[in-house]
Design a protein around this ligand. Structure first.
Ligand code: BGC
Length: 398
């Protein structure tokens, strides 16, 4: 019953964000409609030509999909914040389809946008289309765009730190001690897709943090799936993550072996893994399940004890940093470290970590933090969530 409630709330969240994105200005495209007509007409302008805008400048935003909660949030926050600053905005969603995203971006370029903000479906598939961007500045949003020399900046979170927080949570919660090899715990990993440049950072951050404990035999991976490629989950799919965990449970845990930790790189995969554990796991212990994002359904699972933690990323802040950066670029400046002084959110300026194959891309990296059942109230403090009975829902503006 509680799970049903969580699912209903998650659906309501996605629908309300989608409605919010389109009702205000009829801008967003619906990637749940895969018809040819929809593919031909993926964008609409949000403001007419006579509306007040910042020097008439137009912002082109390409998001990967509406099927995962966070990209609805990102698209909505970006649109709202850029429009509030007086810009004209076009937002597209690509249905996790690389061809569609290339079309979306080609259309935004043809529409004469002054800057492109892109969260890639697959960071390796956009270089040809972006070669036509000419002088249009490009910000890689959240996911780095690879092998394209047209990328000016990268705005994201400290992706490696996301994995470190997950690993550290496991160490702290189990009270692991490298000097005490008399105890051992079983752990399994679920990672994101190899097409998402972030996914390797998440996985490596967690694996590097836990490696000494694995080497000491304190943490044991019964399935033997130790590499990123072995743990990868296509499209961050909840269903695929669930099926993979069901298979792991059937093959390695059906004999009564206890699973202690399911380290999942993000919330959409954690949702599937938690589902598999509740239906297919024979043991009665509480399995530590990690996540990332703070999706509404996962926050409900945290309340219900089906997920243990999530690494929260405030994507309203990520949109805010992107706005400040874009404003500077559009004013003809070349922002660097000093931009940090103008930001409302805590971030680092990084010129070392993110090489996209054509060179280092200067990056603004926001700070993620750990959320458990004990500090859900901190999410309410962001102003983005509110309580609805025992559960958190998205805060309404009204
Ligand atoms: C984002 C994560 C998100 C995942 C799936 C990653 O690129 O950084 O926050 O969970 O994509 O949407």
């Amino acid at each position: 019953m509680k799970k049903l409630l969580a699912l209903i709330m998650a659906l309501a969240m996605v629908l309300s964000l989608a409605a919010c994105g389109s009702s205000s200005s009829d801008t967003t495209t619906d990637d749940t409609d895969t018809s040819a007509a929809a593919a031909d007409d993926t964008t609409e302008e949000s403001a007419d030509d006579t509306s007040a805008s910042t020097g008439g400048q137009k912002i082109g935003i390409s998001m990967p999909t509406k099927s995962l909660e966070r990209w609805n949030r990102d698209g909505t926050y970006l649109q709202e914040q850029f429009e509030a600053a007086g810009y004209e905005v076009e937002v597209t969603y690509a249905d996790n389809d690389t061809d569609q995203q290339n079309n979306d971006i080609a259309n935004l370029i043809a529409d004469g946008v002054d800057i492109l903000i892109i969260a890639a479906v697959d960071g390796d598939t956009l270089s040809q289309t972006l070669a036509d961007a000419g002088d249009i500045p490009v910000i890689a949003y959240d996911r780095l765009i690879m092998n394209s020399d047209t990328i000016d900046y990268y705005v994201s979170f400290d992706n490696y730190q996301v994995g470190v927080l997950q690993g550290q949570y496991v160490i702290d919660t189990l009270g692991l001690d490298l000097n005490d090899t008399s105890v051992s715990y079983n752990i399994e990993f679920t990672a994101g897709p190899t097409s998402d440049n972030n996914a390797g950072y998440f996985f490596n951050g967690a694996m590097d943090t836990l490696q000494d404990y694995i080497d000491a035999g304190i943490l044991v991976i019964q399935s033997g799936k130790t590499t990123f490629e072995q743990c990868a989950t296509n499209e961050w799919s909840t269903d695929t993550a669930m099926e993979n965990m069901q298979n792991t449970l059937a093959s390695y845990y059906s004999d009564g072996t206890q699973l202690d930790v399911a380290l999942c790189s993000n919330d959409s995969t954690a949702l599937g893994v938690a589902q598999a554990i509740s239906t297919d796991y024979a043991g009665s212990n509480t399995v530590i399940v990690t996540g990332q994002d703070g999706d509404i359904a996962n926050l409900a699972n945290i309340v219900d004890g089906l997920q243990t933690m999530t690494v929260y990323k405030n994507v309203s802040d990520e949109a805010g940093v992107t706005l400040v950066l874009a404003q500077e670029i559009l004013e003809g400046n070349e922002p660097a470290e000093e931009l940090l002084d103008s930001l409302d959110a805590e971030a680092a300026y990084d010129t070392e970590s993110y090489d996209n194959g054509t060179g280092i891309i200067p990056s603004y990296l926001l700070v993620p933090w750990t959320v458990t059942v004990d500090n859900l109230e901190d999410l309410v403090s962001t102003g983005l969530y509110e309580w609805d009975g025992d559960y958190l829902v998205s805060a309404t503006d009204e």
